[in-house]
Write a protein that binds this ligand. Structure first.
Ligand code: ADP
Ligand code: ADP
Length: 226
């Protein structure tokens, strides 16, 4: 079934820049979808439109069959992981993971249960009391993923989360992402400008160029066509 359906999405910034030009795409539930395209083609604008951070010019977005276009950001069941992870620097790893659950008013026992499960899944149990500045990039990424996934979003958006890492670390983090995606049975939409990364990660690839969707399909359909 479709998890995400986007139709006619358009974003014109106040200065007149047409960043996203009437795009349509669908992402199936459980897929790892990669949106790829050169810098400035509208990838980030698309992600931020989905999550409700931007006042879109036109278009409709449905999540799991429900139209969310006019829902406020905090009501959208969508998680976001950015390139710089945006962890809270003065909270411990477990406090970072728990934070969003407190905002949701979930009781202490359930909070502890979910947090412990995620720390275990991300192999962070030994680091629960550390602060972010004591962690490696890869560990920070796992905390950022744990913090989003603990809220059990229907859809997780990832905006170039491996952008700042060297090649070796990137490859390791890609394996982590695929493992988490598999274990969590959740839908990922992942933005990158790196074609080899897209080929390694994607069930579905959406190729953007100049604010438009140029192609959409499986890795084989996009890259191995005769
Ligand atoms: P990408 O993520 O693919 O690099 P963006 O979505 O960031 O692309 O940008 C798409 C286009 O919109 C670019 O031309 C960019 O300069 C422009 N843009 C992005 N943010 C703004 C903004 N706040 N105001 C005006 N133009 C913007
Ligand atoms: P990304 O490609 O990940 O969007 P950028 O460096 O293009 O990263 O953009 C970083 C920030 O600058 C974003 O908040 C974006 O909205 C803003 N921005 C990008 N292009 C423009 C622009 N032409 N005018 C105003 N703001 C912009």
């Amino acid at each position: 079934r479709p998890m995400l359906e986007v139709s006619g999405l358009t974003k014109i910034y106040p200065d007149g820049t047409l960043a996203v030009d009437d795009i349509d795409f669908t992402v199936e539930a459980g897929d790892f979808c990669v949106i790829i395209g050169p810098s400035g083609c509208g990838k980030s604008t698309t992600l931020h439109s989905l999550v409700g951070n931007l006042d879109v010019t036109a278009g409709a977005v449905s999540l799991d069959g429900v139209e969310i276009t006019d829902q406020p950001t905090h009501n959208r069941d969508i998680g976001l992981v950015f390139q710089d992870f945006q962890l809270f620097p003065h909270l411990s790893v477990s406090e970072n993971v728990e934070y969003g659950l407190s905002q949701l008013g979930i009781d202490d026992r359930e909070k502890r249960r979910r947090t412990e499960r995620l720390l275990k899944m991300m192999q962070l149990e030994g680091l629960a009391d550390r602060e972010p500045e004591e962690l490696s990039a890869g560990q920070k990424q796992r905390v950022a993923l744990a913090r989003s996934l603990v809220l059990e979003p229907k859809l997780l958006l990832l905006d170039e989360p491996l952008g700042d890492m060297d090649y070796k670390l990137q490859k390791r983090m890609e394996r982590e992402l695929l493992r988490v995606h598999r274990e969590f049975d959740t839908t990922f939409v992942y933005v990158t400008h790196d074609q080899t990364q897209a080929m390694r990660l994607a069930d579905q690839i959406i190729v953007m160029n100049d604010g438009q969707v140029e192609q959409s399909g499986s890795v084989a359909e996009i890259y191995n066509s005769p």
